[in-house]
Design a protein around this ligand. Structure first.
Ligand code: AMP
Ligand code: ZN
Length: 275
């Protein structure tokens, strides 16, 4: 799940408080490109009796497209990861300033400070632009902001610095963590290629798991991902991808409604990372 340290709307401690009310056995806070939420979430977890796994979601490049990589249980390499991620955060800030300048050219009188105020935390992302544009009345919905301006074919779209997926896997391994391919259904591979075609080299590079349990996966897709994980001897993980009010249709723990992530996923991740 995502906290206010990236594009979620709930603080790290607030996430743990909600998880305690829902009686979740374990959670992972996996902010985009930053792990700064972990200490606060851990502290709340100890106070409220919720198991909190260290997590992170890194945007990477796979075959010229974006693929999200989850990192788990990197406690031993926390400081290493945090310093290596700084170059990604710097690239994000440069990208964000280009978006502001282009939106200004297009007649949207938005300032960097207004967008930053929507973020509140360390990582400013396109959802914060969408929120600020909506508040200004420049668009009538967040979706319009993405369709016309912020999305990959939008008028104010700029790419940002990313790790290759192999570099991200190597970094997570160096930090003592487990690298997991996030929501594989959302990876857009080149025409004619399937996940099975690209998985071998990623496993060779040190990939540790696949996020098989995810709300947008149908039953048959989940089965296919579980089979791929089995064939490549990878761990199975799952997550709701909870973002608070930024994705109001997603409930903590339950995702779009029917999601169930077995606690064995958390056990397996910890066993793999800590031995
Ligand atoms: P960023 O990391 O700043 O590039 O923003 C990425 C986030 O923007 C994603 O996690 C999505 O929440 C959101 N996003 C990206 N593209 C779209 C889109 N076409 N429609 C709606 N949301 C999008
Ligand atoms: Zn993601």
């Amino acid at each position: 799940m995502h906290s206010t340290h990236s594009d979620g709307t709930v603080s790290p401690a607030g996430l743990v408080e909600q998880a305690a009310v829902l009686d979740l056995a374990a959670i992972a806070v996996t902010d985009h490109d930053t792990c700064t939420a972990i200490p606060e979430a851990r502290e709340a977890g100890e106070r409220l009796g919720v198991r909190v796994l260290a997590g992170l979601e890194i945007s990477t490049e796979l075959a010229g497209r974006t693929a999200h990589m989850l990192a788990y249980c990197f406690d031993r390499g926390f400081d290493l990861l945090r310093s290596e991620l700084q170059q990604i955060l710097d690239g994000r800030e440069a990208r964000n300033r280009k978006i502001v300048a282009r939106l200004n050219e297009l007649g949207c009188p938005i300032t960097y400070e207004e967008v930053a105020a929507k973020a509140g935390g360390t990582v400013i992302g396109r959802p914060h632009f969408a929120a600020a544009m909506l508040e200004k009345g420049f668009v009538v919905s967040r979706q319009e902001a993405f369709d016309k301006y912020l999305g990959a074919s939008g008028l104010a779209y700029f790419d940002r610095t990313r790790f290759t997926i192999e570099d991200a896997i190597a970094l997570v391994r160096k930090a003592g963590g487990v690298a997991v391919l996030a929501h594989p259904k959302l990876i857009r591979l080149p025409e004619g290629q399937s996940l099975g075609d690209v998985l071998g080299p990623l496993v060779d590079a040190g990939l540790g798991g696949i996020e098989c349990h995810y709300s947008l996966h149908s039953h048959s897709e989940t089965r296919d991902f579980l089979e791929l994980a089995r064939r490549h001897n990878l761990l199975v993980t799952g997550g709701s991808d909870y973002h608070g009010a930024n994705k109001p249709e997603i409930a903590m723990g339950r995702g779009l409604g029917e999601l169930r992530v077995p606690v064995s996923c958390a056990d397996a991740l910890e066993a793999a990372a800590y031995g």
